[in-house]
Design a protein around this ligand. Structure first.
Ligand code: HEM
Length: 495
């Protein structure tokens, strides 16, 4: 037979070359058909990689440069086959056309359409019920703060890198929300979970290129870590999501569950919809992915912001002392700050806001997919484009902030010391897909960082030698690893 013989000839290299030729022809076709009013580009695009090679080692700086020199507010910068438009205008984020993700997945973070709307609404209502932004959740956070401060205290004021314990403590807050309990930091189960989770977080950045060029995932080997990333997903489901979903489902069926956790609240709402005959997308698959989403979006982001805060406090000791003085005056020594103190501590709030602004930890947010042709400032953003909200260009904009690179919390205070909320303060993005955990994150940052400065003086490991304020690049941008000394402000104080 002729057909099998031809197939036998197609060894893997022939196949790769054939695919490459096919991709090339498709790219040429798309390129030649390009409409005239696309956003400007920074130079002639590479046939396969578009403008990716122009981005260089420091994408954030390159983007800032392009914005200044030639491209104004809109720019198209990745392969023409899949236009990628970087946008900094706020108005575009509010439309339905820019509320989807590429390659829709389950859960909320990567979901689109009706499933995303329902999963997001259900998750928000559960978090609100638990008191996101209110006191019941604050109690869980306070319990975690006690454990965190104890670990920091045990460091005895010695130079230490607190990244791992900070990530663990914020993952534990998410655990409290999801399963209703926290874990000891040295619990072997929790350590195994944290190791797999940290690996997955590390892989998020290297795999993000696959979203732009999905064909890369078919290259031999695992050059971008995509296969390992999926393995981590499965491992986390196996270690965490599946056993807890099974346990809570059993308890729920037996009527013995406490309803103080996300899983049970989700199961309850799902059953309610089924009993009422409502059409729903709620199922085990969405629930499993939602749990992963809450971890991945909810712990590293807040932990990274806390690390930046600590770094800034080393660099600006006078700001640290001012935060402490406000805490001392308004809260005292005998109790930790609570959510009732939030409005009474404008300076602390301003320092946290300035940290979120200056560090801009998610500079390119999460990209979205344009589901219809959109015209912006006369430019066409074609349907199917990948759209990146360049939060850096808002948070670090010279016109808005005057001195955007200076760490100056006073910019968020009015003449009477009251807190200002400029609309350009958008570290949580904007529009329909604005961060789902914004209130929780603000609450965590306020309670954790207030308690931290109240109890410890943050000092450089070597007097006079400050770690650089340099960011690593990724989906979230933490500071380069650094150590510091956390010295108890007053021996014996354990609030
Ligand atoms: C300082 C901390 C945080 C920052 C700076 C941050 C920032 C962001 C940003 C920029 C986005 C992308 C929005 C967009 O697509 O335009 C996002 C989405 C999201 N965040 Fe956060 N976040 C933080 C904390 C949290 C926490 C604590 C949670 C957990 C409850 C969380 C859950 C989510 C989820 C689920 C999404 C996806 C929303 C959707 O696609 O509808 N985040 N966040």
């Amino acid at each position: 037979m002729v057909f099998p013989n031809i197939l036998a000839l197609l060894d893997s290299w022939t196949l790769i070359i054939a695919i490459a030729v096919f991709v090339l022809v498709m790219l040429l076709q798309t390129w030649l058909r390009e409409p005239p009013n696309l956003p400007p580009v920074p130079g002639r695009p590479h046939l396969l990689l578009g403008h990716l090679p122009y981005l260089g080692a420091n994408r954030r700086e390159q983007m800032a440069q392009w914005r200044k020199t030639c491209l104004g507010s809109v720019r198209s910068c990745v392969a023409r086959a899949k236009s990628c438009v970087h946008v900094h205008l706020e108005e575009v984020w509010h439309g339905e056309e820019l509320s989807s993700r590429e390659n829709p997945r389950r859960g909320v973070l990567g979901a689109s359409g009706a499933a995303w709307r329902e999963q997001r609404a259900v998750s928000m209502s559960i978090l609100r019920k638990f008191g996101m932004g209110k006191n019941s959740l604050a109690e869980k956070i306070q319990e975690e703060i006690t454990a965190y401060l104890n670990v920091l205290s045990q460091l005895g004021g010695e130079p230490s890198d607190v990244k791992r314990v900070t990530s663990a403590t914020l993952s534990n807050v998410i655990c409290s929300i999801i399963v209703g309990k926290r874990f000891e930091y040295d619990d072997p189960y929790f350590l195994q979970f944290m190791d797999t989770f940290s690996e997955q977080v590390r892989l998020v950045s290297s795999t993000s290129i696959i979203n732009v060029f999905p064909w890369l995932r078919h290259l031999p080997g695992d050059m971008f870590g995509a296969k390992r990333f999926i393995d981590c997903h499965h491992d986390l489901d196996e270690i965490f999501s599946d056993p807890f979903i099974a346990q809570k489902t059993k308890e729920y069926k037996e009527g013995g569950d406490a309803m103080d956790n996300f899983i049970s609240a989700y199961l309850q709402e799902w059953r309610r919809k089924e009993q009422d005959g409502e059409t729903t997308t709620m199922d085990d698959g969405h629930l499993r992915r939602l749990l992963g989403n809450l971890f991945i979006a909810g712990s590293e982001t807040t932990a990274t912001t806390m690390l930046w805060f600590m770094l800034y406090m080393l660099h600006y000791p006078h700001i640290q002392e001012k935060v402490f003085a406000e805490l001392e005056e308004k809260v005292g020594h005998n109790r930790r700050p609570t959510m009732q103190d939030k409005n009474r501590l404008p300076y602390l709030n301003a320092v946290i806001m300035e940290t979120l602004r200056r560090a801009s930890i998610a500079p390119f947010s999460l990209s979205r997919m344009c589901t219809a042709d959109v015209t912006l400032q006369g430019y066409l953003i074609p349907r199917g484009s990948r759209v990146v909200s360049n939060l850096d260009s808002v948070l670090l904009d010279e016109v808005t902030w005057g001195d955007p690179l200076t760490f100056r919390p006073e910019r968020f205070l009015d003449d009477q010391g009251g807190l200002l909320h400029p609309e350009e303060f958008v570290p949580f993005s904007m529009g329909r897909r604005v961060c789902l955990g914004e209130s929780l994150a603000k609450m965590e940052l306020f309670l954790f960082l207030g308690a931290l400065v109240q109890r410890f003086r943050l000092l450089p490991s070597v007097p006079g030698q400050l770690p650089p304020q340099k960011a690593l690049f990724g989906v979230t941008c933490p500071p380069e690893p650094f150590t510091l000394r956390l010295v108890e402000r007053s021996e014996g104080v354990t609030v």
